[in-house]
Write a protein of this length. Structure first.
Length: 165
């Protein structure tokens, strides 16, 4: 089943997954300016990122997608209400899932296809890294992740892995 998604103002082309090129830039030690340029040029495209959660949350995520942080669901003092958080790396997402769900025996790491136009800097990780030039490129380079405003629909979840803690 096809969905209409990834609509970006001013971009009217088919989307392309640019994850491989994006990760090559990250691994090569790309500069902030060059990564910002890449993100700007590809704002109508998508990249794969990871989100970790506890196994106790899995059924709800499979049915309804990944829900944004609410006051009642907040697992970290630094998480901002209204956002969903993602990492460049599966292992980081596994760690965050383990911390957020300390009583679950397993963690689920979701691989999610996200439109670049919806990605926002993860201010919390940048603050922890003492980076004060807050933009999406510094969020990926120094914080290894990002966030989006709102929920992530189920159809954006590509696959997932059940991992031991």
């Amino acid at each position: 089943m096809k969905y209409i998604s990834y609509i970006t103002r001013g971009i009217y082309t088919n989307t392309e997954d640019v994850s491989d090129e994006f990760m090559s830039l990250i691994m090569s030690g790309v500069s902030v300016d060059d990564l910002l340029l890449f993100l700007k040029k590809n704002k109508g495209n998508t990249i794969m990122l990871y989100h970790g959660s506890g196994i106790s949350n899995h059924e709800g995520i499979i049915e309804n997608g990944i829900k944004k942080t609410k006051i009642s669901s907040k697992k970290s003092l630094q998480s901002s209400i209204g956002y969903t958080y993602f990492s460049l790396y599966e292992e980081h997402s596994r760690l965050f899932g383990s911390i957020a769900y300390p009583f679950d025996k397993h963690v689920i790491v979701y691989r999610v296809k996200l439109p670049i136009s919806q990605l926002k800097p993860d201010n919390d990780q940048l603050f922890n890294a003492k980076v004060y030039d807050i933009n999406l490129a510094t969020s990926f380079i120094y914080g290894s992740g990002c966030r989006i405003a709102g929920d992530v629909p189920r159809y954006m979840i590509v696959d997932y892995k059940k991992l031991p803690k």
